[in-house]
Design a protein around this ligand. Structure first.
Ligand code: FPP
Length: 249
């Protein structure tokens, strides 16, 4: 039976499980090139990418990562050809539909970061439903960024703050206050941000939240970025000296 989460995989055992990043964020880049290199349409790359999302999410859950945030569709991705946009929307609908069917068993919390009201109606309804059902569960949480942009998120939070301030609420503008108005409210910041696909930039992803994230770049294209690649990234993370602006003890 297909589930959004694959069957439990055997743990490779190379990682220090006491020092895992609690939250991993991923820019799933390289689907188009993966397909083109195989003489396939770009949509086939996105299908392979979506399948790999399932593999990686399952592995994160199995090893004990608490939060996984993936960039599925940015506010800028609407500029792509209509055919490609609808292929991505179709894939999201397929995977959310499957997740919904298996939620009782998988007990996964799912959240959406981004302005999802602008999505096709069926996809929007599915997203809302998976969020509602997931709210009952504790444990592994997947955040899917759809119609998401980091700058847009910051502007929305600023507007919401300004509105409350103008309405006379006595508000202190602190980092905590501001964070609580972002899509990621209540979610700890990502400690490890992975970008496969060869580019070395954030592309408007989690601009506020990634302030102290360790950034891992890989030339491997997303559909090929499997569990071994993920473990390599985590292992690299475990060797980092995280100082948060201070000095090494
Ligand atoms: C970036 O690769 C990828 C995207 C814009 C789409 C990602 C979407 C999915 C993997 C599908 C559904 C997701 C889930 C969570 C089920 P690109 O197209 O920019 O690749 P390129 O740089 O090689 O052209």
């Amino acid at each position: 039976m297909i589930s959004i989460f694959r069957k439990k995989q055997k743990w490779a055992g190379k990682l220090d499980l006491t020092n895992l990043p609690r939250h991993i964020a991923i820019i799933m880049d390289g689907n188009g090139r993966w397909a083109t290199r195989r003489g396939l349409p770009r949509s086939a790359g996105h299908a392979a990418g979506a399948e790999n999302f399932r593999t990686i999410a399952t592995h994160c859950k199995d090893i004990g990562v608490e939060f996984l945030t993936v960039y599925a569709f940015s506010t800028e991705n609407w500029r792509r050809p209509e055919e490609e946009v609808s292929a991505i929307m179709g894939l999201l609908e397929k995977y959310l539909g499957e997740a919904l069917e298996k939620m009782e068993r998988d007990r996964i919390k799912m959240k959406f970061f981004g302005e999802i009201e602008a999505l096709p109606e069926r996809l929007y309804a599915l997203a809302r439903r998976t969020e509602e059902i997931g709210a009952r569960y504790e444990g592994f949480q997947v955040n899917i960024c759809i119609n998401y942009g980091g700058r847009d998120e910051i502007i929305r939070a600023t507007k919401s703050y300004a509105e409350d301030f103008a309405a006379g609420e006595a508000l202190e503008l602190s980092e905590e206050q501001f964070s609580s108005r972002l899509f990621s409210a209540g979610v700890p910041e990502p400690e490890l941000l992975i970008r496969p696909g060869g580019e070395k930039r954030l592309s408007n992803f989690l601009l506020w939240q990634a302030a102290y994230a360790e950034l891992y770049f890989s030339d491997v294209l997303w559909p090929d970025f499997g569990t071994e690649q993920l473990e390599r990234a985590i292992s690299w993370f475990q060797g980092r000296n995280r100082r948060f602006g201070g000095v090494t003890k």
